[in-house]
Write a protein that binds this ligand. Structure first.
Ligand code: NAD
Length: 354
């Protein structure tokens, strides 16, 4: 297992250190190499995604990333910003499938802004297409044009998907549903957008290969509503880049605990980039209080999706559940009557539970 580790900026190095300790404790045969990405890479090399990092990331089976960015780099030219490094690595590795689970642990149900009886026990997975759709479609731009007899500024973007792009993300989603509760909801806007009519057609065609998975369809406006009305009806949701961008943030907010949410971005061969959903949290960087659980759970996703080590993934997830049941909490999820701990002590608790 060749793993490229990119701690990044802000709290990145602190949370990655705990995730790496957990990974090493499993005693698997892994080869870890650390490299620079984001602001720390700009400081050393002038480039947010330096060549050495590119080489190591391309050579690895999986990439484990902390987070990038911070106010000290906000004033740099666009091509030197830390986020450029993130976009660069996603693009170069061809990561077209983004998997974001939203899980509400029973002990943390009060952290949600929704009533705990609506979200307690929630366990859904959003599979978002990451490299196509209106975010990348050409032509795009802002031009001055003749509109109704006068000239004015005109903005335009193009939504498109090819059949093969749709089929490959659908396959990832069907496979994921097969490993879970066997239910897949495909989200589109087929009543208005031809691109998503094609999406629905291809979803139905692909379903023939997965008779063990129950496929349903939902319009995106209804999906946005159902996610806050009755989110537990979902197992796996699959959708395009733009709808997925919005729905995955909505689903994250259902949990109320951004420090708990892992994510995976996969290529066509199962190589993946694994990272927490949150950013580099510059406001708490260096204080030793960041929640490392999202990053530790990202290691579990890596073992499941890239290395097919379901047993090892479950060991990590069970250990996290156990530390929550034991009452350990970092500041972001702390409630009265629980045991407040810092980043390192939370890592220690997970290791003890393992
Ligand atoms: P953020 O997720 O970093 O922080 C939002 C809030 O959540 C902050 O109050 C922070 O302290 C808290 N928080 C986040 N993760 C936490 C954790 N593990 N434990 C405890 N508290 C946590 O989002 P932001 O403040 O909008 O962005 C900060 C920087 O991160 C920016 O430079 C932004 O560009 C970058 N960013 C990077 C990524 C990424 O690397 N994938 C994603 C989002 C934002």
């Amino acid at each position: 297992m060749k793993i490229c580790v990119l701690p990044g900026d802000g709290i990145g190095p602190e949370i990655i250190a705990e995730a790496v300790r957990v990974l090493r404790a499993l005693d698997l045969d892994c080869d870890l190499t650390e490299a620079l990405l984001g602001g720390c890479a700009v400081d050393v090399t002038g480039d947010p995604y330096p060549e050495e990092t590119q080489r190591l990331a391309q050579d690895a089976d999986a990439v484990l990333l902390g987070a990038v960015g911070g106010p000290q780099w906000d004033g740099l030219p666009r091509d030197q910003r830390p986020e450029r490094g993130l976009l660069g690595i996603r693009k170069q590795l061809g990561l077209f499938a983004n998997l974001r689970p939203a899980i509400v642990y029973p002990e943390l149900a009060d952290a949600s802004t929704l009533k705990s009886e609506v979200v307690a026990g929630l366990d859904l997975l959003i599979v978002r297409e990451l490299t196509g759709d209106i975010y990348f479609g050409q032509p795009r731009g802002i031009e001055t044009r003749e509109v109704d007899g006068h000239r004015e500024r005109f903005g335009f973007n193009t939504m498109h998907y090819s059949e093969s792009e749709i089929r490959r993300i659908l396959r990832v989603a069907f496979e994921a549903a097969r490993r879970r509760r066997g239910k897949l909801c495909s989200v589109d806007k087929m009543n208005v957008l031809e691109t998503t009519q094609l999406w629905r057609d291809v979803a139905n065609e692909t379903a023939v290969d997965y008779p063990d998975v129950e496929l349903s369809h939902m319009l995106v406006d209804n999906a946005a509503m159902q996610l806050v009305r009755n989110p537990r009806q979902f197992d796996v949701i699959v959708t395009g880049n733009m709808f997925g961008d919005i729905l995955s943030d909505e689903a994250a907010q259902l949990t109320g605990s951004i420090g708990m949410l892992p994510s995976a971005s996969l290529d066509a061969d199962g190589k993946g980039l694994y990272e927490p959903c949150h950013g580099s949290a510059p406001d708490i960087a260096g204080l030793g209080v960041a929640n490392p659980l999202a990053t530790i759970l990202s290691v579990a996703m890596m073992l499941r999706y890239t290395f097919a080590r379901e047993g090892a993934a479950l060991r990590i997830e069970n250990a996290v559940e156990k530390v929550l049941a034991q009452g350990y909490r970092t500041a972001d999820i702390c409630q009265p009557g629980t045991r407040k701990v810092g980043t390192r002590a939370m890592g220690d608790a997970v290791l003890a539970a393992l």
